[in-house]
Design a protein around this ligand. Sequence first.
Ligand SMILES: C[S@@+](CC[C@H](N)C(=O)[O-])C[C@H]1O[C@@H](n2cnc3c(N)ncnc32)[C@H](O)[C@@H]1O
Length: 259
Amino acid sequence: MTSLQLNYDQIATEYNQRYPSAQQWERGQALLKLAGEQKAVSVLEVGSGTGYWLTLLSQTTPSVFGMDYSLGMLQQAQKQPAPLMLSRGTAVQLPYQNASFDMLYCVDAIHHFVDHQAFIKEAHRVLKPGGVLAVIGHDPHEEGVSAWYIYTYFDGVYETDKKRYPAGVAVMQWMNEQGFKNISSETVERILNIHDGRKVLDDPFLKHSATSQLALLSDEAYQAGMEKIHLALEQAEAREEAIQFRSEIPVKMFLGYKP
Ligand SMILES: C[S@@+](CC[C@H](N)C(=O)[O-])C[C@H]1O[C@@H](n2cnc3c(N)ncnc32)[C@H](O)[C@@H]1O
């Protein structure tokens, strides 16, 4: 393990391999539903990456803004067919005026922001009264609800995730401290991928650059995890036993409304 911060410029061109076009993501439906309920005209995604979710939301309004720290990710987002209004900046100092947005969200990104509380404070500042903040992602602090084979085979990844990700209860507490109301949490998606035997080797999330969990590993640490998977496969095959690799991960959405 080298660092807890990932340089997204290095993996920007490969990032979209996590979004095979045929797959329907329930978190996307949750975002669309929320935008509809809010009658959101101006929408901002912080840590917008390659603009996958923004492109989806551009179905509902033309005022779709994205902000990201990584130039490489922003360059990928510029290639999206939707006209996205993109800026470079940091989540802890949003480059927007007070009361600019009806809806602000982040997906799989808050664990990268250096100061989670500062982000929530900034979100409150740039939301209009009545605006909503949605924080979407998985919560490795929730015990006993997820099973991800990556955590089993790659040493230290689970422990690192517990350091990187804020607990959901903390996110809701920070929302409360900043003055958000009607704070809630909901499971909006249950990732369930079961890979039988060697089919695991085709899992796009097993590539070194596909997720921050693996991209943070050195080549040696990544190879050590891959060797553990190959060994488990060989041992199961030698015993003529079936082996499965499970990705069973609830995705949460934490909501708070600015009065
Ligand atoms: C896992 S990607 C998620 C991208 C996109 N939200 C998605 O779901 O596909 C995390 C994104 O957060 C961005 N990021 C990391 N730290 C940031 C910060 N301090 N401010 C803004 N964006 C940041 C990264 O550059 C990256 O694009």
